[in-house]
Design a protein around this ligand. Structure first.
Ligand SMILES: C[S@@+](CC[C@H](N)C(=O)[O-])C[C@H]1O[C@@H](n2cnc3c(N)ncnc32)[C@H](O)[C@@H]1O
Length: 274
């Protein structure tokens, strides 16, 4: 039975190659326990007796590829994760951008949006900015490779740790932009009306092509090897306007990579020559 399925070194290698092929994520054999923990329940759901049988299923069934991607991606996120980034965005970026572009609509891409806490953090700061600059307009594209996590972002329903964190860090924004429900909170339409959602693999070109002022590409480069990091950064550059900003996660740096971005502040890069 599937409960007894074991991950042999050969099948593990094939699984790791499959993860890389479909997501770009670089895993090593040290991730075998993680892969087993995530995939074993799926084997049981499908009544499959072995990982080999599961590999064959993924190879022959496009819908299963989507499940596989949902299972192997790590979707941890938080509202207002890494406060320095939000201080920069609220206090420096938004006022300067609005002064320089009085008639334009700010285009933002949350490029590995996970369950949406990042994109609604962006939207809350943009809404707050509108209180002092009523003519300010903005649009956010939220994308992720995982259909399942993107559906959660679209639903905008939060509970548990997610809500506790924002209750502590930004209680006034929680009260203002969310409605309490029996299970937790629901993000209000005032934020949702500025957001569109798309499944997208960062290793590929964005379709249809778009140009953004700011790309939030946070806490996703860490999952890729240097080759794929460069590919992702090159693709992101094509979607950034000149004088755009690329915002990375705390433990990410692109200093070693020749990518056409210039350092502005820790985690914040400007677009240089394309
Ligand atoms: C740890 S979350 C980061 C969420 C958010 N950006 C943050 O910093 O809190 C990483 C996200 O990257 C997504 N991801 C992984 N590989 C991807 C790829 N090749 N293309 C697009 N998204 C990917 C995962 O599905 C996951 O939701």
């Amino acid at each position: 039975m599937s409960q007894a399925a074991t991950l042999t070194p050969e099948v593990l290698d094939t699984l790791i190659a499959l993860v890389r092929e479909h997501t770009g994520i670089a895993m090593t054999a040290r991730k075998s326990v993680l892969l087993e923990r995530r995939l074993q329940p799926r084997l049981q759901e499908l009544s499959l007796a072995s990982y080999q049988a599961y590999l064959e299923r993924v190879a022959s069934d496009r819908d299963e590829v989507s499940h596989f991607i949902d299972l192997v991606t790590t979707n941890d996120t938080l509202f207002f994760r890494t406060p320095q980034v939000w201080d920069y965005f609220r206090d420096r970026y938004l006022p300067a951008w609005a002064r320089a572009h009085p008639d334009a609509c700010l285009q933002i891409w949350s490029a590995a949006a996970a369950s949406g806490e990042e994109l609604y953090s962006i939207a809350m700061l943009c809404e707050q900015f509108r209180l002092q600059s009523p003519a300010f307009r903005y649009q956010i594209l939220a994308s992720d490779i995982s259909q399942q996590i993107l559906a959660a972002a679209r639903a905008g329903q939060y509970s548990g740790r997610s809500v506790e964190r924002i209750r502590l860090s930004h209680p006034e924004l929680l009260r203002k932009y969310f409605t309490a429900t029996p299970y937790g909170v629901q993000v209000d339409d005032a934020l949702r009306q500025h957001v569109s959602f798309a499944q997208h693999n960062l290793l590929e070109a964005l379709r249809p092509p778009r140009q953004f002022d700011v790309v939030f590409l946070r806490n996703v480069l860490i999952y890729f090897d240097a080759e794929h990091q460069e590919t992702v950064l090159r693709q992101a550059r094509k979607s950034l306007k000149d004088d755009g900003r690329l915002i990375l996660g705390e433990s990410e740096t692109i200093a070693r990579l020749g990518t056409g971005y210039q350092f502005e502040f820790p985690m914040i890069y400007k677009t240089g020559e394309a």
